[in-house]
Design a protein around this ligand. Structure first.
Ligand code: DGY
Length: 321
């Protein structure tokens, strides 16, 4: 009997063709709708491998149900949706997709910096809605990005790739991270500072830290109060790192100037969410890594990891507990 693989979202047939030659591959059949939890749980019971998205809770119940389960290949660099501790206890390997998405995610992050600073979404809507009557000196004037200070919270590989882009804009680069990153300091001129100093000095505060118990609600009322009034806040890591009510208040009360958000506490964010009513918020539907090239590379990496583990080999990108 071929090992059973369940893929929790519909992936293109040509992307999974290789896996199908060797394995019994089953896929949830909808691209835009997550698999219902009950079905996911049933599939986990049969599976030797699960290829999951960040929308699936790979919790203790799912892992316990997977009596034959050997690997959970999560198609994201973040893995806060997976109970890694339970997986480790149960001897299930967990893998993620680091590195292949650094450039695409950094591009989107920097696009949010630019879009929020230069009011690009607001300006595009202004034109499309027929409101452009004449050129005028301060029409939709935003603020410069070049030669400003960017503060990156979470200097992992994506953070470094954002910093690299910032050098092209001749920005001063500050960062805060659990540990010092000598390579970023030497190669990109990034300066390590405390969290508070970063908030106080940065014109652009960019959040790229993973969601953990330590980072949940990191950007709260106190943090926004420390930022400059003209600061732009960008988040492309995970929504719950930010207290959205506090962010809303900070934007509404002019404590900070604007925000570019790719992630939200609840995804998808409801269309009536107060943050979406603000003109100074640029909101994206969690598309940091969403270029076709990168998404295919992420799928391939998941499949390589599954194939390696099911063949008794170590995976390429295991999540370390
Ligand atoms: C990730 O990989 O964690 C992203 O958020 C999904 O693209």
């Amino acid at each position: 009997m071929k090992p059973y693989i369940f893929i929790s979202r519909k992936l293109p047939d040509d992307a999974v063709a290789i896996l199908k030659e060797k394995y019994d591959v089953h896929m949830w059949d909808q691209e835009d709708v997550p698999v219902p939890y009950e079905i996911f749980l049933e599939e986990a019971k049969k599976a030797d491998a699960l290829l999951t998205m960040l929308s699936e809770p790979v919790n203790e119940e799912v892992l316990n149900a997977g009596e034959r389960l050997k690997i959970v290949a999560n198609m994201a660099v973040g893995y806060d949706n997976v109970d890694v501790e339970a997986a480790s206890r149960l001897g299930v390997t967990v893998t993620n997709t680091p590195d292949v998405l650094n450039d695409s995610t950094a591009d989107l992050t920097f696009a949010l910096v630019l879009a929020a600073a230069r009011r690009m979404v607001e300006a595009a809507e202004f034109v499309k809605e027929g409101n452009w009557k004449s050129w005028s000196p301060l029409l939709l004037a935003g603020q410069d990005v070049h030669h400003k200070t960017i503060g990156i919270v979470g200097m992992g590989n994506i953070g470094k790739t954002v910093a690299k882009r910032a050098t092209g804009f001749e920005m001063e680069i500050l960062y805060h991270n659990r540990s010092r990153k000598q390579d970023a300091e030497q190669e990109l001129g990034a300066q390590y500072v405390s969290f508070d100093e970063l908030l106080e000095r940065s014109d652009f505060v960019v959040c790229l830290t993973p969601l953990t118990d330590d980072t949940r609600n990191l950007f709260n009322r106190n943090a926004f109060k420390k930022m400059k009034k003209q600061a732009v806040f960008v988040n492309s890591s995970r929504g719950p790192v930010v207290n959205e009510q506090d962010l809303y208040n900070a934007l509404q009360e002019g404590e900070i100037a604007a925000a570019g958000l790719d992630v939200f506490a609840e995804e998808p964010i409801g269309s009536g969410h107060p943050l979406l009513e603000l003109k100074n918020v640029v909101a994206m539907p969690h598309i940091g890594s969403a270029s076709r090239e990168t998404r295919f590379a992420m799928m391939k990496l998941c499949m390589d990891n599954i194939d390696l583990v099911l063949s008794g080999n170590p995976p390429k990108t295991p999540v370390k507990k």
